[in-house]
Design a binder for this molecule. Structure first.
Ligand code: NAD
Length: 289
């Protein structure tokens, strides 16, 4: 019999991440009741139809009013508005968390709106697919994946430890990280690679004679991966770049410098530069698998 970690959990936003959390919470048996709210009536209807959470509410306030843990699982740019909507309904002693892919801007948007007797600790499960919406979730999404725990300096240690236990119960491995560092690391390992995939698929699409049939027909694993990544939700990724502007621009600057150096090496027939570069990157791959 699993220990109940939170009696009531409210999920705001009922898409891929919230849906997967609900299914993983049920699998782990660590939560009493799971309530949920999403802005669109269609999403709420679908969530009811597939029994995604125990109770789908028609207002955000209703979903959070008795909750011990409230999870904001909406696009990054909507976190502040959602927090403003739920703040008056939160119970004393509740903990608010979010699962957004960017941490500093969410902290800045959410914490000024927190009632004095409610705490906030950010999290970021490093798991996803190119699918979105209430039908996209599955209980195994977080198994063996990182979930970064990003407590503000003012966080209560007991809240942080409880959230770590919660995410581990959902299958993830946790690590604590400072929010600025989180945003830089994610710009390197997730955000900029997504932008590169969007760009590469855009380039192929520009050559529409090729994409019409041949790109898909002949695409090898690399380009197929790009098309999968570039099929990710446009609202989510628009918000990620708008809200992680500084770190993404820093990494994009470095990326374009390296790309120009490779471009020059190709033009000048500098095989040594290309060989040395590819040898270095190959070593990195061997270090992570
Ligand atoms: P999703 O599009 O599948 O779901 C988003 C949900 O939020 C939908 O139910 C939508 O109806 C709802 N929503 C949107 N605006 C709202 C509002 N103003 N009020 C209430 N509900 C609203 O998205 P997702 O993939 O579950 O992403 C949710 C969050 O998780 C995002 O902040 C994203 O950055 C983060 N995240 C996503 C991934 C990923 O790969 N998909 C991974 C880690 C973290």
């Amino acid at each position: 019999m699993s220990e109940i970690l939170y009696n009531r959990v409210a999920l705001i936003g009922l898409g891929l991440i919230a849906g997967s959390m609900s299914l993983a919470m049920r699998r782990a048996g660590v939560v009493g009741e799971i309530t949920g709210y999403a802005r669109s009536p269609e999403t709420r209807d679908t969530a009811r139809e597939i029994n995604l959470v125990d109770r789908v509410c028609d207002t955000a306030a209703d979903a959070v009013k008795d909750a011990d843990l409230i999870v904001l699982a909406v696009p990054v740019g909507a976190m502040g508005a959602v927090m403003a909507e739920i703040a008056p309904a939160l119970k004393a002693g509740a903990l608010v968390t979010d699962v957004g892919s960017v941490k500093k801007s969410i902290f800045e948007a959410v914490t000024p709106l927190l009632p004095h007797d409610v705490s906030f600790v950010g999290t970021h499960p490093m798991a996803g697919t190119e699918h979105s919406g209430p039908r996209a979730g599955f209980a195994e999404l977080f198994d063996g994946r990182w979930c970064l725990i990003v407590p503000p300096d003012s966080a209560n240690e007991a809240d942080v430890v409880a959230l770590e236990r919660f995410w581990r119960a959902l299958g993830a491995t946790t690590e604590r990280m400072d929010m600025d560092h989180h945003d830089l690391v994610c710009a390197v390992v997730s955000h900029t690679p997504h932008l590169i995939a969007y760009t590469m698929v855009g380039v192929a699409d520009d050559l529409s004679r090729v994409t019409d049939q041949e790109v898909i027909k002949f695409s090898a694993a690399g380009f197929r991966d790009f098309t999968r990544i570039a099929a990710s939700d446009p609202t989510m990724w628009r918000d990620v770049f708008l809200e992680n502007k500084d770190a993404t621009l820093e990494i994009l600057g470095r990326f374009t410098e390296e790309l120009f150096a490779l471009q020059r090496a190709i033009r000048q027939g500098d095989g040594e530069h290309l060989y040395d570069y590819f040898t270095r990157t190959r070593t990195i791959r061997r270090g992570i698998i």
